[in-house]
Design a protein around this ligand. Sequence first.
Ligand SMILES: [Mg+2]
Length: 259
Amino acid sequence: MIKGSIEGIEDDVGAMKATCEAAVAGVKRSNMDRGQAFLLDFDHTLFDTDRFFWVDVRAAFARFAIDAKIWEESYGVVWPTGYSLDKHLEHLARQGWVADSVVAQLKGVLRERFADLRSYLFPDSEPFLKRLQTEKIPCFLLSFGDPAWQAYKVTGARISGFFHEVFFTAQEQAKAEVVEALAGRFARLDMVDNDPRELDRVKARLTQIDTFWISRVPAEALESPDPAVRERFREARGYATLTPEFSHRRCTTLDEVSW
Ligand SMILES: [Mg+2]
């Protein structure tokens, strides 16, 4: 009987403790989550993916005497399986374009060459993230693409620490779903992306979100017939000329993104 009572008290104390902890967590969460937050895209918004991949990664493979056309075609084959530099090299070896005996060595060369990707951040990316950090505005990274490949680039760019949370997704609607979930936690959300279709998907669900459509492509590069210029802005050019369904604030740098 006595034992039963003590157990009962212990249960009550346990329940009170749990209630208390939940309340504290709730307070912490509401302090942290009220107010404003930023949602940032990675490729072509914070990171110059075209210069990284289509200029420098391509050049690194070319130094191994891999034909440019073969390299590009094989990229198209490897990409849908979840891209990595190692996988691309392994695929080229299987196809006979790279000798098996040098694969390990070349992997090492690529790993070393692209270990630090900070130089591919746009010059205003880190200052912008620091500005948000100073003003204690939480920011979330919403990155579209193969999760492992996206994580490799974000880690290499050394910016993970600026984000409250990082979301990697390969599914089309997923960004809008993440934004929808965050919308319940913040009074105001601002989103910056170079892909107006992503901004459209979010706007279609949540009209109150401030959307910034950033284009890092200089106007003269959009119509340039020069193959080197076209290659330099290979992916970003395609986004810059889309016609969005909703209206978004347009900008060419993060310095123009104000709150
Ligand atoms: Mg992007």
